[in-house]
Ligand binder design. Sequence first.
Ligand code: CTP
Ligand code: ZN
Length: 155
Amino acid sequence: MTTDDDPQLRVSKIRNGTVIDHVAAGQALNVLAILGIDGTGGEEVSVGMNVPSGRIERKDVVKVEGRELSPAEVDVLSLIAPEATINIIRDYEVVRKTRVQRPEAVVGVIECPNHNCITNADEPVESEFDVLDDGIRCRYCDTILREGIAAQIRA
Ligand code: CTP
Ligand code: ZN
């Protein structure tokens, strides 16, 4: 189907890259934060926000041209977009479609919000969080993070 035939298509199709689809409405900017995309790197990115969608009524969608996500990036995405579908696009075709899965733990990606945590001291200790149903918990200081996970992602 071409772009012109599809009344649901708000954002152009991409040639090669990743489409992060079925993101919870309102989370697109956090998805971009997780991917480290703020526009200054010159990436070609399209974002749809609050787009009508059958499965979850309204959704956000993020399309990144020329980049396929790493498993670590997908793990962190799952924390803020548990319903997301990752579509790898090559030559305009969806060659792989996977649902994100919540990992049991996230290592070295998120900064503990507790300034006194050993992972924030000048020690060679990587951050480690256990993934709970409704947030994540630091394995070193037990601080629980529910909101604002995207803001704690290491740049
Ligand atoms: N897409 C895109 N560029 C392409 C191919 C697909 O941006 N060259 C987007 C589509 O617009 C859609 C997502 O990638 O948002 C998945 O494409 P597709 O599997 O064709 O759509 P659906 O069947 O609707 O996906 P799902 O079943 O996951 O809802
Ligand atoms: Zn901690």
